[in-house]
Design a protein around this ligand. Structure first.
Ligand code: SAH
Length: 352
């Protein structure tokens, strides 16, 4: 392996940070050996912080209506090829009940930015889930809102919020989104979420169109600066009916390398091996766990709507019942010497 790359990975492991120049060098000079080396150190770090425990979050994709037009996203408003659905509050609560029996102690309610779900409706759903399962954490992933709205969800009982920053470079943000969308507003949301006491999750797609090593470096520095409780990264995968439908997907290798780098940069971060990673390679999620990830987010949405929540093409696990997903994941996790725990899975900075 390139001597300087090894030195930089060691430095990142010791100091949990690098300069802009060093991050660019690390990204530009990766190799099979560098990825292997980074993954080994990242796995050691994961095991020393979280042991062999893998946390699972039950993902409930409750609406695929969206008012936005992100160029990459399969459920963008302008995609007329999507058959739209919304789950009712009752259906969402039923998913949570079913998930509870399967051992989930945290739910992620994710959806497009659907104006039908007013703050009042969202708060009501959060309160119902928290009342039925006080030992569970509720995570929202419903996009950009005002600080007041985030405060209301928090008061209703929401514990966490996932909002990928998508890219920390404004010019790049503008290549991925229409002009109605504003990078600064998205970053503002993350600041608000953190200040309001949420365990906040930032993140980005790996290999999104126009992305450079400089962009990825800015993403890493942004994340280091924000120190979020969670970081969600996964490969970009083209989605039919979007402006980027013919763009190449991000790679497995680059995603794994970045997972390792993020683990070394923030040892206690919660890092999911995403469904997108499992979509570009049959063992993508297992390899993610081997490279520093410690979280999985299987689908709890009703089977009838699963194939409609398609952020990208060829998404896995759309035909399975929640229980089948859990079984399959348990075996996958065991195959890499780890175990799924029945636990809220808080970031250790937030657990008492
Ligand atoms: N609307 C909410 C959450 C749903 S989208 C929000 O704005 O946060 C969840 C994440 O899926 C996005 O943040 C994006 O990073 C990712 N995503 C969207 N389209 C994708 C694609 N084509 N390939 C891979 N990931 C994608």
């Amino acid at each position: 392996m390139n001597h300087k790359v090894k030195e930089l990975i060691d430095k990142l492991n010791d100091e949990h940070n690098l300069s802009r120049e060093d991050f660019i060098y690390l990204i530009d000079n990766q190799s099979e050996e560098a990825r292997k080396y980074a993954a080994e150190l990242a796995k050691t770090t994961t095991l020393s912080v979280y042991g062999d425990r893998v946390y699972v979050r039950g993902l409930i994709e409750f609406t695929n209506y969206c008012k936005n037009n992100c160029y990459y996203c399969g459920i963008r408003a302008g995609n007329t090829g999507v058959s739209r659905y919304r789950l009712t509050a009752d259906e969402i609560c039923e998913c949570a009940d079913e998930g509870y029996d399967l051992g989930f102690r945290t739910y992620v309610l994710q959806g497009g930015e659907d104006p039908y779900f007013t703050d009042e409706i969202i708060c009501d759903i959060v309160r119902r889930i928290k009342a039925a399962h006080p030992d569970c954490a509720v995570t929202l992933s419903i996009g950009e809102k005002s600080r007041e709205s985030y405060a209301r969800y928090k008061a209703a009982g929401a514990d966490r919020f996932l909002l990928r920053h998508e890219t920390a470079t404004i010019a790049h943000y503008n290549q991925l989104h229409p002009k109605e969308m504003d990078a600064q507003n998205r970053y503002r949301c993350l600041e608000d979420l953190k200040e309001l006491g949420y365990q906040a999750g930032a993140g980005f797609m790996v290999g999104s169109p126009f992305q450079t090593s400089e962009n990825l470096t800015e993403d890493l520095l942004f994340i280091k600066d924000l120190e979020p409780a969670m970081v969600g990264i996964g490969p970009f995968i083209p989605a039919a009916g979007t402006p980027f439908e013919n763009e190449p997907a991000g790679t497995l290798e680059q995603t794994l390398y970045l997972l390792s780098i993020i683990r070394l940069m923030i040892p206690e971060v919660l890092l999911p091996a995403t469904t997108a990673l499992g979509t570009i390679h049959p063992r993508g999620r297992e390899m993610g766990l081997e490279a520093g990830a410690n979280v999985l987010m299987p689908n709890l949405s009703p089977r009838a709507v699963r194939d409609k929540y398609k952020l990208y093409d060829n998404k896995i696990c759309t035909g399975e019942e929640a229980a089948e997903c859990v079984n399959c994941l348990e075996n996958r996790v065991k195959s890499v010497g780890r175990r799924i725990v029945v636990n809220r899975g808080d970031n250790i900075r937030f657990s008492n």
